[in-house]
Write a protein that binds this ligand. Structure first.
Ligand SMILES: [Zn+2]
Length: 102
């Protein structure tokens, strides 16, 4: 569930994009913006929890979280991935059945 992405800055257009660990096998990755090949030599690892098909079942329980955490959680559910810091909260919500993930 925890996936590592690398943040890569394009050598040509400067766009910063993220590449999944497995896609970094070669020594160059293609920029999604301009198509130039970049060498991710300065790539910084970013870890994400990948949330697939997650659904909130207990909004009351979610409502007990702080607004900032709720915000992060909803954004994470929308985008399908959560920052690593959310992992303990997600685990807890899953334990109590407030969040169902397939
Ligand atoms: Zn580019």
């Amino acid at each position: 569930m925890l996936k590592t992405f690398y943040r890569v800055g394009c050598d040509r257009c400067g766009v910063v994009f993220e590449v999944e660990e497995g896609e970094l096998a070669g020594d160059a990755v293609r920029c999604p913006h301009c198509g130039a090949l970049s060498t991710p030599k300065n790539a910084a690892p970013v870890e994400y929890v990948v949330l697939q098909d997650c659904e909130i079942r207990d909004w009351e329980r979610i409502g007990m979280l702080s607004n900032a955490v709720q915000d992060l959680l909803l954004k994470a559910l929308e985008s399908g991935r959560a920052p690593k810091e959310l992992l303990p909260i997600i685990a807890k919500l899953r334990d109590v059945g407030a969040l169902i993930c397939l």
